[in-house]
Design a protein around this ligand. Structure first.
Ligand SMILES: C[S@@+](CC[C@H](N)C(=O)[O-])C[C@H]1O[C@@H](n2cnc3c(N)ncnc32)[C@H](O)[C@@H]1O
Length: 215
């Protein structure tokens, strides 16, 4: 950088990323085990950002299945992905789930995962809580979340990862976060490595749990 004054400011003075960027860590930890052609699942499509990260990791030959109970969320996910050239399919009740490449949007509760998915997935993400910018009362609930997590554990391929971001700050969030913590804490060490990532000096901040299947 002898002649740094001619470089764009972002190269000479990069703005540091916040250390506690939990959602980015979740994407990184889920996506780094994916290979082109893999199957990945987003249990909460929301605005589609996690689905996009998974899609980039599995490539044009891979498949991402994305659930959401809100049509508005699935529309936002479609609107994010289609202009980028991704194939976006929609699953309808009564149909089998296509195994073709691209994103399959599923307008249903994520607790139907086990019934719909016919083959192991290498990464499964869940970013819990409410749709940013949407109705804050439409949140994930511990019973269906835990059902989806149990099914996810059963469906993960060897070496695959389940990454769950929990939000203790909204009403009901602390209870859900505790239930998710408890779920991950008792996964048998022989078959699972489990990582918990949290902001140590703020109990209300989002936190991340990641489980990797060893065998
Ligand atoms: C925090 S947002 C997800 C953010 C998203 N992953 C992204 O990258 O933008 C949580 C989403 O979970 C959805 N949701 C709530 N309950 C659900 C359920 N039982 N099954 C599937 N999705 C659910 C909400 O509608 C909301 O869109």
């Amino acid at each position: 950088l002898n002649d740094a004054k001619h470089l764009p400011t972002r190269l000479t003075n990069p703005r540091p990323q916040p250390l506690t960027r939990i959602v980015e860590w979740s994407q990184k930890l889920a996506c780094e085990v994916l290979r082109p052609g893999d199957l990945a699942v987003d249990l909460t499509a929301g605005k589609g950002r996690d689905t996009l990260a998974l899609m980039r990791a599995v490539g044009r030959t891979g498949q991402v299945v994305s659930f959401d109970t809100q049509a508005a969320a699935l529309e936002q996910t479609r609107a994010l992905l289609e202009p980028l050239g991704d194939v976006v399919n929609t699953w309808s009740e009564g149909q089998g789930l296509s195994a073709g490449p691209g994103v399959t949007l599923v307008h249903a509760c994520h607790s139907t995962l086990g019934r719909l998915l016919q083959r192991p997935a290498r990464a499964i993400m869940a970013n819990l809580g409410y749709l940013p910018g949407g109705d804050r009362t439409l949140v994930t609930h511990p019973e269906t979340t835990l059902a989806a997590l149990q099914q996810s554990i059963d469906l993960l391929a060897e070496g695959g990862r389940l990454a769950v971001t929990v939000y203790p700050a909204h009403p009901g969030g602390a209870c859900e976060a505790q239930r998710v913590d408890d779920f991950f804490r008792v996964l048998p060490q022989k078959s699972w490595q489990v990582l918990s990532l949290r902001t140590a000096n703020c109990d209300r901040a989002p936190r991340l749990l990641v489980a990797e299947r060893l065998s």
